[in-house]
Ligand binder design. Structure first.
Ligand code: B16
Ligand code: MG
Length: 218
């Protein structure tokens, strides 16, 4: 297997648990439109862009809107989401991930962010990790969302490396598909039963160190 010299991290669900805030904001929107959104249905929104998430929700509720109405509702949801994110602090960083990235950087590994979120920089700022990444590819830079490989291919390009030398850490099915079609090693963060297409799955970074990554990638 080619040697790994770069790691690309998804944001929501890998670095920080923002899924709960996305859920609250989307659920309120669904309620405003007259239906409910379950936690199980919310799983389908992970890793998916804002507007595509709205399309999924409208299908769930059987609601038809004009493009203009969709844009208004997506903007409204984002205002609510950002309000909820105001309460985030560095304490909200998921266990072990900061130490893991520190350790990666100490070994000379390049580190990038690959997120579908247009709010990625605001979130990173709130948790004090804006300066951690050698590159940030977010929802403002991509034209094709996950499962398209674009987000991670741009990350590899920014880090002057090749896809086969990159590892991706992802919590969403769409993100694992994106990493795999980019030709990168895809490590799922979460449950094996959900992330079935990942090369490996880890529970999180609390018990995962750089030597574990090296073992997985050889
Ligand atoms: P925003 P990731 C994704 O981030 C989230 O998983 C997904 O639930 C969200 O809809 C998407 O970002 C867009 O987020 O509304 O902030 O632009 O997991 O790719 O880091
Ligand atoms: Mg995610």
């Amino acid at each position: 297997m080619p040697s790994i010299n770069a790691c690309l991290f998804d944001l929501d669900g890998v670095i920080v648990d923002t899924a709960k805030y996305h859920y609250i904001a989307w659920r309120r929107l669904a309620n405003d439109l007259g239906f409910d959104l379950t936690l199980e249905q919310n799983e389908r929104l992970k890793g998916v862009s804002r507007i595509e998430s709205l399309e999924i929700i409208l299908t769930i509720g059987g609601v038809h809107l004009t493009d203009e109405e969709k844009a208004e509702h997506a903007a409204e949801k984002n205002v609510r989401y950002l309000e909820l994110c105001q309460q985030m602090t560095p304490e909200d960083t998921l266990p072990g991930v900061r130490t893991f990235i520190d350790e990666l950087k100490a070994t000379g590994m390049r580190v990038g962010l690959g997120s579908a979120s247009k709010n990625a920089k605001v979130i990173l700022e709130r948790i004090g990790m804006l300066e951690y990444f050698d590159t940030i590819v977010d929802g403002n830079r991509v034209t094709k969302g996950k499962p398209d490989p674009q987000v991670f291919l741009l990350g590899a390009e920014d880090l002057n490396t090749s896809p086969e030398n990159c590892v991706v850490f992802e919590d969403a099915v769409a993100g694992i598909q994106s990493a795999r079609s980019a030709g990168m090693l895809a490590i799922g963060v979460g449950e094996k039963s959900v992330l079935t297409e990942a090369d490996f799955v880890i529970e999180g970074f609390a018990n995962f160190r750089v030597h574990d990554l090296i073992e997985l990638s050889i």
